[in-house]
Design a protein around this ligand. Structure first.
Ligand code: ARG
Length: 457
């Protein structure tokens, strides 16, 4: 059934129908379409625009359709243009005349704007809870590893010793910001477009505040032209998902590096690894690589949506139908990646001895050796030069700073005493760093307390 056949004298060309149709993908929000229609008729009846009998018949009919689609009794066939036409056609088929009154004071433009918002709102909440679950696992790893020493890197070169807890804490911060971005989007988007009509509102005395409250919106949207053509919240959501994917991708990159034979900082569980068809020894980090790869796909959705919306005159244009596949794909991809990543992270083995050994090599304590000299009265710039000489000496001898004898130290600077060894031990390097946000135990304890409170909310 068509919702608009009246003024036409010819049948639609089949290719045109296929090209124009969105049912193959907008069926994803059939429940939101039904929820929106129920709120709409509830309001219409309250306003005296529809009789109570019609309202009841429509609501029962819609709930029947919902159940039948869910159970598979009602198949969504391709004959209809979109989910709105599909539901309305089946409603009229089931309840007769009353079904034809459902669309009073409504256009598909405000209807689709509503459905998409309801769907997005639900997905934002779901994504937020997936991120929260991931953060709980991260916090567990943080708490278990406040004294697991590893090298911290800059330029992928060993820099200073840190702890695994501190490293994981960086990702905790990233995913925490991701949640706050989702929250912001929700707050901004949560205004109800229904009642905006095609673009200019309607002449019926709709109670838009009531409809908005029935659907848990903060209130009605305030400009009907904007309401039917606003897709900002989808662009923002795709942007937030792109950032989530960027964070996952960075984390995956580290997992891939740490899992190499050269690093051996971690071992990905067999259940999250794959093998090679030719090389029997291989155990590949495919899941981490795929998540990293899929970030490109989500960025693609963002770029596509921005490009689709660019240059569209007010108000609704059919171009906007393209929003759905981009958004749905980005949502499904991002959710899938969070879940897979979470599973992989939960089953990782951290090879703590290897991390520690790696931290001990590579002169990660050179800054602390310089700080030792400074605390004994040497100017930092001179201290920097002296430790530079020590490093050169060690490289030549193929030893670490802690393997030098006191005589060797004294030969470069008489300031060194026996307590240098304690000053440059990995434990000292980490435990002395207690400024807020640093890896030292006091600093970490404070932050862990904040994270625990945050996850209780
Ligand atoms: N399938 C359409 C979409 O997704 C529904 C709105 C149709 N409105 C119209 N004026 N043709 O945008």
């Amino acid at each position: 059934m068509k919702l608009w056949g009246g003024r036409f004298t010819k049948e639609t060309n089949q290719l045109v129908h296929n090209f124009n149709a969105s049912l193959s993908f907008d069926q994803k929000f059939f429940e939101e379409d039904i929820d929106g229609s129920i709120a709409h008729v509830t309001m219409l009846a309250r306003q005296g625009i529809l009789t109570e009998e019609d309202k009841t018949a429509i609501i029962n009919g819609l709930n029947g359709i919902r159940e039948d689609i869910k159970s598979g009794a009602l198949a969504i066939d391709e004959e209809h243009e979109d989910i709105h036409s599909f539901v309305e056609a089946h409603l009229t088929e089931r309840i007769g005349e009353a079904g034809k009154r459902l669309h009073t004071g409504r256009s598909r433009n405000d209807q689709v704007a509503l459905d998409m918002k309801l769907y997005t709102r639900k997905e934002i909440k779901e994504m937020d809870s997936l991120l929260k679950a991931l953060l709980k696992s991260l916090l567990r790893i943080i708490k278990e590893n406040t004294d697991t020493i590893m090298p911290g890197f800059t330029h992928l070169q060993k820099a200073q010793p840190i702890t695994l807890a501190h490293h994981m804490g960086a990702y905790f911060e990233m995913f925490k910001r991701d949640r706050s971005r989702l929250h912001d989007i929700y707050e901004r988007m949560n205004y109800c477009p229904l009642g905006s009509g095609a673009l200019a509102g309607t002449t019926y005395p709709l109670d838009r505040d009531y409809t908005a409250s029935l659907l848990d919106f903060y209130g009605p949207s305030l400009n009907s032209m904007d309401a039917v053509s606003d897709r900002d919240y989808l662009i923002e959501f795709c942007s937030a998902m792109s950032i989530i994917m960027m964070h996952l991708s960075r984390f995956c990159e580290e997992i891939i590096i740490w899992n190499t034979n050269e690093y051996q900082f971690i071992e990905i569980d067999d259940s999250y690894s794959t093998g090679s068809s030719i090389m029997p020894q291989k155990k590949n980090p495919d899941i981490a690589e795929l998540i990293r790869g899929k970030s490109g796909r989500v960025y693609g959705s963002l770029t596509s949506l921005l490009t689709t919306m660019k240059g569209l005159s007010l108000a609704y244009n059919k171009d906007m139908q393209e929003d759905k596949e981009f958004a749905f794909d980005a949502i499904d991809t991002t959710k899938g990646c969070i879940v897979l990543f979470h599973g992989m992270l939960d089953t990782l083995t951290f090879r703590k001895e290897n991390m520690r050994k790696s931290a001990e090599g590579g002169f990660t304590n050179a800054t602390d050796a310089a700080d030792y000299l400074v605390s004994h009265g040497v100017a930092f710039r001179d201290a920097h030069g002296i430790v530079g000489q020590l490093v050169l000496y060690c490289i030549d001898k193929n030893i670490s700073l802690s393997e030098m004898s006191l005589e060797e130290y004294k030969a470069v600077s008489p300031v060194f005493e026996n307590d240098i060894y304690d000053a440059i031990s990995m434990e000292t390097c980490v435990s002395k760093r207690n400024t807020v946000g640093a890896p030292g135990p006091e600093a970490m304890a404070q932050v862990i307390g904040i994270y625990e409170e945050y996850l209780k909310e």
